[in-house]
Design a protein around this ligand. Structure first.
Ligand SMILES: Nc1ncnc2c1ncn2[C@@H]1O[C@H](COP(=O)(O)OP(=O)(O)OP(=O)(O)O)[C@@H](O)[C@H]1O
Length: 252
């Protein structure tokens, strides 16, 4: 059974058709990237899979559970990092992780272990004892990624995980994602518009444009298929061939 199964998923925001019937699946243990330009429908897809938004058509399942009909069950399996995530700014980073560990863990011992892992993953050292309000964008991002991973979800849904991070921090986040996929068996579904980064990180990718999946495959398969040197070239060729309108979301 796939970890994620999306079938003919549609989402209309009033007149805007953000998703026009997309289908893809993600296998257990896979790092899967949803890539596409601004407004393509990436965040909408991830929000539906995280049970925060209801689709207007089609279905989506996580480990066999319907994201609408079995939303509670799905929430117990996933961790979701939104694109624009605010932490509790008046807490210190440490207090924030502690609060979340207590919320998620079943007992004190597990909460302690979770917190230790969160502290390590954040890489924030002494700054963890400063208020979140004083953090840079990148530091806040690292704190939130640590929070998402310390609970060791079955599926981590990360919207633009490296957004706002410098190359050193983006690199360490990618290493962390790989390590969690390999050692903890966590499945990752992430979005990015940084195609080169995704190429380096993901086992398979889906190219999304204007609410439609243009192609799916391993970076190598796609590069071979389009005779391209990198995913950026793949994307431009795939989109140019299949869609004659300008690249981007509805109205872009
Ligand atoms: N709450 C909303 N109300 C109306 N339209 C929306 C809403 N949220 C998203 N949209 C529209 O849906 C389309 C897809 O948006 P979405 O945020 O899913 O794209 P994205 O691929 O995540 O883009 P980005 O890379 O810029 O974050 C866009 O045309 C956007 O304007």
């Amino acid at each position: 059974m796939p970890m994620v199964e999306v079938l003919n998923l549609e989402k209309d925001y009033g007149k805007v058709k953000a998703l026009k019937g997309i289908s893809f699946s993600v296998n257990e243990g896979e790092i899967f990237g949803l890539i596409g330009p601004n407004g393509a429908g990436k965040s909408t897809t991830l929000k539906i899979l995280s049970t925060l938004l209801k689709p207007t058509g089609g279905t989506a399942r996580i480990a066999g559970h319907d994201v609408v009909k079995e939303a509670e069950k799905v929430r117990g399996l996933i961790s979701y990092l939104p694109e624009e995530a605010g932490a509790y700014k008046n807490l210190t980073g440490y207090e924030y992780l502690q609060f979340m560990a207590k919320l998620y863990a079943k007992d004190e011992e597990k909460a302690k272990k979770m917190l230790e892992l969160g502290v390590e993953l954040s890489g924030l050292g002494e700054r963890l004892h400063d208020k979140v309000a004083t953090y840079s964008k990148g530091m806040a991002r690292k704190l939130l990624i640590a929070r998402a991973l310390m609970v060791k979800p079955k599926l981590a849904i990360l919207d633009e995980p490296a957004s706002g991070l410098d190359i050193v921090n983006a690199y360490s986040i990618r290493q962390m994602i790989r390590r969690f996929a390999r050692e903890e068996g966590v499945t990752f579904l992430l979005s990015s518009h940084n195609m080169l980064e995704v190429e380096y990180l993901c086992h398979r990718v889906a190219l999304i444009n204007k609410g439609q999946i243009v192609d799916v495959g391993t970076p190598k398969e796609l590069k071979d298929k389009y005779g391209a040197e990198n995913l950026e070239e793949v994307f431009m060729t795939a989109v140019g061939k299949k869609i004659s309108e300008p690249i981007g979301g509805e109205g872009a």
